[in-house]
Design a protein around this ligand. Sequence first.
Ligand code: NAP
Length: 374
Amino acid sequence: MDSSTDLRLPFFPIGQGCMGIGGQIQVQKVDEQEQIHAIRFGIEKGLSLLDTAEVYAGGYSELIIGKAIHGIRDKVFLATKFSPENSGYKEVIAAAEGSLRRLGTDYIDLYQAHWPNPSIPISETMSALAELVSTGKVKNIGLSNFSKREMIAAQQILPSIKLYSNQLEYNLFDRFVEHEILPHCKLTNSLLIAYSPLDRGRNGSSHPSNELLNELSKKYERTNSQISLNWLVSRGNVVPIPKATNSKHIEENASSLDFQISFEDLELINKAFDSNPQLIPTNEINVSATGEGDRKVYQSRSEAIENNLNLSPSPLELAEFIRSGELAKPVRLVMRKDDAKGLKYDLVEGRLRYWAWVLAFNGEKPVPAYVRYT
Ligand code: NAP
């Protein structure tokens, strides 16, 4: 492995996230032509890295992308992911064949393990990925939502194939990756692909320091989103993949690197948007049936233990991971207006992690959380 691999990218350093194309996790009724048009418009503007996954809209996202890139395959860098339940050798190969078919292509530029699966040895997953690379069906291997320790373990198994990237949430509100993962990416010269770079469209507006973003956007005559994307890229080794279907948003994202934020202003942003999560007692948190995205959730400890939804990793497996001392990504909470029954927060994201945390420490240890105020 050559750890000094040149980081010059084969694409513009901002991509297009495609969760939401065809639906989020479940298929939704969408105007397919409009979505195809949005993707092609983004490619024309230079946003040529497309990120999708077999799970997005049950494969429909990949199908729509396949239609959008028809005739222009050589102009895009196609990144997709296989789901954790497909991490066994045969399953990885079959998942790749499914993605290739839906995308209408004979190679994937970046094939990513969407989430770690602790019940399948990483060596099995990696040997299937090596097989896909050797047949030319996959050009590069990446990870997503892997910890630093898991990145190291995966790389040690395949020393001859350099891990290209790890994809994690990274935005002004959630800077968890800065603790271990981004420094590790820099050390190994791999990319951190930043998902939800605009905090799912909220873009700092739920953070007490949002006023600074407003001031800087006036100063540089750019939008808050452009300041955020510019800041993310300035962190080094980071490729943000905002999802945008609105043509004004696409244009903005594509032109968010054509100005330079001064060193002093970047430092102001770094200081104002604190990266340390808060520690919140689990008994102050209300687990609501509805949260962000359209994922199914557990609402009680016993449901989490039974894992009838077959979530992978299961809450118990994730609890083991957390107990082993690994840093777990903080959950997301929103302050409740009414704190009846002592419940001060609603849990809106990270419900699997929340239950894993409760199981790991019997509910006695406060959970790391990012708290939104609106
Ligand atoms: P995001 O990109 O932070 O936010 C998307 C939202 O921001 C959309 O509502 C979009 O609106 C809006 N937006 C885009 N550009 C804008 C701009 N310039 N100004 C104002 N609003 C703007 O969140 P995300 O969709 O969660 O994340 C992006 C991608 O990351 C996903 O599509 C997916 O590919 C990836 N992802 C990966 C994982 C993983 O586990 N690996 C998890 C989540 C997401 P319009 O659509 O109306 O333009």
